[in-house]
Design a protein around this ligand. Structure first.
Ligand code: MEV
Length: 315
């Protein structure tokens, strides 16, 4: 029985979440220490296509009439690959990207599924859909998860590269002149991106001028940070994270647990930390000098972090 497997990494937004929904620049990186993996195996004739996601207890039939993100990802990929009728496939998707944690779990699962479909179709490499096509499909699925996604999550996860992202523009890769370390800590509190993004939208509608000014400030920080990373000035990242987080707090997207763990990270030796993703829960990221990584990790675990990922950004 033929089997195909594809993976997609998690992501961390370094700077610019929320403001990116309103047209400001943001920068984000893939986090390859966590990933989603989709496997397709041929099933017996007439069994149709089933998709199982055992980590979340989901089991759906491709033809489900419900708006299901797993089925939608596979359906759109099958259409794109020119497969006329429902194939007899057993698809399993597993993921260790924290769910509802700001690390792009939904986008990673969709990207792994779409890539697995294309790989199982066994088209010659020059006829395999390009990353732009995968990205367009994953973005369509992201719209099921939350109504107004900027597109940054799917872009980073699909291209697997550090990305400067402005809504509606082609993503730009940026260079990492000097590697740096991030400690990513999970508050253990699930947070719905859809709910937080729509709360920010309501607040922006009520107080547009103030919110636009905060978004401008966040966008400038993202651009300053990108220049710092490109020129190897990684000492600038901690203070920029602190400033970005201060502005995120003004958008009311932090939480008691994020504030507490950010303080733990900074007291433990991080040069700066901020929430990453939609906020209210999920993950924080901390810029940490290599010599302080273990101490910060230990401090966060002792402080109650539900999980830690340490990643080096850049070779
Ligand atoms: C979510 O990972 C990032 C947000 O900026 C939403 C988006 O960009 O779609 C909060």
């Amino acid at each position: 029985m033929a089997t195909s497997t594809a993976t997609a990494p998690g992501k961390a937004i370094l700077f610019g979440e929320h403001a990116v929904v309103y047209g400001r620049a943001a920068i984000a990186v893939p986090v390859t220490e966590v990933k989603a993996t989709a496997t397709i195996t041929d099933a017996h004739a007439g069994s149709g296509c089933t998709i199982a996601a055992p980590d979340v207890g989901a089991h759906v039939q491709l033809s489900t009439p419900q708006e299901d993100p797993l089925a939608l990802a596979v359906r759109l990929a099958i259409e794109e690959a020119g497969i006329g009728e429902e194939p007899d496939w057993q698809i399993t998707v597993r993921s260790d990207v924290p769910i509802a944690g700001g690390m792009g779990s939904g986008a990673a699962v969709s990207a792994a599924l779409v890539k697995a479909v294309f790989s199982h179709r066994r088209l010659p490499s020059h006829r395999q859909p390009d990353a732009g096509t995968v990205n367009r499909i994953v973005y369509a699925v992201e719209k099921l998860h939350h109504a107004n996604p900027s597109g940054i999550d799917n872009t980073v996860v699909v291209y697997r590269q550090p990305v400067r992202f402005v809504r509606g523009e082609p993503p730009q890769r940026f260079e990492i002149a000097r590697p740096f370390h991030l400690v990513i800590a999970d508050t253990g509190i699930a947070s719905s991106t859809a709910a937080v993004v729509s709360d920010v939208r309501r607040a922006w509608e009520k107080d547009t001028k103030r919110y636009e000014a905060v978004f401008d400030g966040i966008g400038e920080i993202a651009e300053t940070a990108r220049r710092a990373i490109e020129s190897g000035n990684i000492d600038a990242l901690g203070p920029l994270m602190k400033e970005n987080h201060r502005l995120l707090r003004m958008l009311d997207v932090s939480s008691g647990e994020l504030e507490r763990l950010i303080a733990v990270a900074e007291e433990g030796g991080a040069s700066g930390a901020k929430l990453s993703g939609a906020g209210r829960g999920g993950n924080l990221i901390a810029a940490v000098e290599r010599k302080n990584v273990e101490a910060v990790k230990e401090a966060l675990l002792a402080g109650g972090a539900a999980g830690i990922v340490v990643t080096q950004i850049g070779a």
